[in-house]
Design a protein around this ligand. Structure first.
Ligand SMILES: O=c1ccn([C@@H]2O[C@H](COP(=O)(O)OP(=O)(O)O)[C@@H](O)[C@H]2O)c(=O)[nH]1
Ligand SMILES: O=C(O)[C@@H](COP(=O)(O)O)O[C@H]1O[C@H](CO)[C@@H](O)[C@H](O)[C@H]1O
Length: 324
C-alpha cells in the first residue's frame, strides 16, 4: 500500500463511538445552518425494510437527539408499497419524477441520489440504503459526525463487516463486487484509495458543497464515481471512514451483481486515460441462462453510460439555492 494510503488509513479512520451523540448535537448547534442535516434513503421496492429504518432514524436522531433535520425517502420507481410504508413511518417521500420534470428520470440508484440534492435542504447529506436489516442509527450518526467536527473532511464512508446470507458474524463474505471488482480497480488505478475499507458501501455522508460539484453516474457506478471524483477534486485528506459495526442487507444474485460490476467498470474506465486505438467501451453485457431446449440462451443487457452533470451547472438547481 502506498505510504500516503497507509498514513491516511491511520489518520482518517474512526469509529462511531469516537464522537458521542451529545457532542455531535452540540457541534451541530454551534455550526448553525451549515450544520443542517438531511438523511436520504434511495428506495426501489423496499417495503419490507424501509419502515423500520425510518422509524429508527426518527426516534434516535430526530426525536431523542436533534441531529437530523430532514428524512427523505427517494422513490426510485417502486411498484410495491415503499412510499406508503415510508410515509407512515414518518419520512418525507419524494418520487424521482417530481424532480426536474424537464429531464425524464432514468432508472438507477445514482439518478435518485442526484435528484435527492434538489429535494433535500440540508448542507450535510447522509445516504443510507433502504434494504438494511437490523439497522442501527449509528450507521447515520457515525458518518455524519466528522462533518460536524472536522472542517477539512468532505466525504465520510461507513465501514463494516458484511456477513453474507446465513453467516452469523465475522468479517463476512459480502461485498462481492467490492472484493472482486472495486477493490482491485482502486488498488491498480487509484492506489491512494487502497485504504478505503468499503468503497462501494451505500452509507456515506458528504457536504452538499462537494456533492453539487460532482457528476453522478445514474446507476450503480455512483459510489465508485463519487469516491474517485472526490479524490480528484479535493484530495485524499477530504475523505474519511467510520467503523459502524456489521451491515446486513438484502443480497442480489450473481447475475445482478455482474450487471452491477459492468456499470462500475464502465464508470472506472471513463475516468481512466484511454490509450489510442482501444476499442471504445461497449455499453452492454451478455449473460446466459439454460434454455428450455437444453442449450444456453444469451440475455443482453445495456450498461448505463449516462452521468448527470454537477448540479452547480443546472440552472434550476442554482435558482432554487439562491431562493432558499
Ligand atoms: O435503481 C435503483 C437501484 C437501487 N436503489 C436503491 O439503492 C439501494 C442499494 O441498492 P441494492 O440493494 O440493489 O444494491 P446492493 O446493496 O445489493 O448492492 C437500495 O436502497 C435500493 O432500493 C434505487 O433506489 N434505485
Ligand atoms: O459492495 C458490494 O459488492 C455490493 C454487493 O454487496 P453483497 O455482495 O450483496 O454483500 O453492494 C454495494 O454496491 C453497490 C454499488 O456501489 C451499492 O450501491 C450498494 O449500496 C452496496 O451495498
Amino acid at each position: 500500500m502506498l505510504e500516503e494510503a497507509t498514513e491516511w488509513l491511520s489518520r482518517r479512520s474512526w469509529t462511531a463511538a469516537d464522537r458521542p451523540l451529545s457532542r455531535l448535537v452540540a457541534a451541530k448547534r454551534k455550526a448553525g445552518p451549515a450544520g443542517s442535516v438531511s438523511v436520504v434513503l434511495p428506495a426501489l421496492n423496499e417495503e419490507a425494510t424501509v419502515g423500520e429504518i425510518v422509524e429508527t432514524i426518527r426516534r434516535d436522531l430526530m426525536i431523542d437527539a436533534p441531529l437530523v433535520d430532514e428524512l427523505l425517502v427517494m422513490d426510485s420507481g417502486s411498484t410495491d408499497r415503499t412510499a406508503e410504508v415510508a410515509a407512515a413511518a414518518g419520512a418525507k417521500v419524494v418520487h424521482r419524477d417530481e424532480i426536474l420534470p424537464r429531464l425524464p428520470a432514468l432508472p438507477g440508484k445514482g439518478e435518485v441520489l442526484w435528484r435527492s440534492l434538489f429535494a433535500a435542504s440540508g448542507e450535510i447529506i447522509c445516504f443510507v440504503d433502504a434494504d438494511l436489516k437490523e439497522f442501527d442509527s449509528a450507521f447515520a450518526s457515525g458518518i455524519i459526525g466528522p462533518l460536524l467536527t472536522e472542517p477539512d473532511v468532505h466525504l465520510v464512508k461507513a465501514m463494516y463487516d458484511r456477513p453474507l446470507g446465513a453467516e452469523a458474524s465475522g468479517a463476512g463474505q459480502g461485498g462481492r463486487v467490492t472484493e472482486l471488482v472495486a477493490r482491485p480497480l482502486l488498488n491498480l488505478h487509484w492506489p491512494q484509495l487502497a485504504g478505503v475499507v468499503q468503497p462501494l458501501g451505500g452509507e456515506y455522508a458528504a457536504r452538499r458543497s462537494l456533492l453539487e460539484r460532482l457528476p453522478f453516474p445514474v446507476g450503480y457506478g455512483v459510489e465508485l464515481g463519487t469516491l474517485v471524483d472526490t479524490l480528484d477534486l479535493c484530495g485524499l485528506d477530504a475523505i474519511a471512514q467510520v467503523d459502524v459495526g456489521v451491515r446486513r442487507h438484502r443480497h442480489q444474485d450473481g447475475q445482478a451483481l455482474g450487471r452491477m460490476a459492468a456499470a462500475i467498470l464502465r464508470t472506472a474506465q471513463s475516468r481512466l486515460p484511454v490509450p489510442p486505438g482501444v476499442i471504445p467501451i461497449r455499453p452492454g453485457i451478455t449473460q446466459f441462462d439454460r434454455s428450455p431446449e437444453g442449450g444456453f440462451a444469451p440475455r443482453h443487457h445495456t450498461v448505463d453510460t449516462v452521468e448527470r452533470p454537477p448540479l452547480v451547472t443546472v440552472p434550476e438547481y442554482m435558482a432554487a439555492r439562491r431562493a432558499a
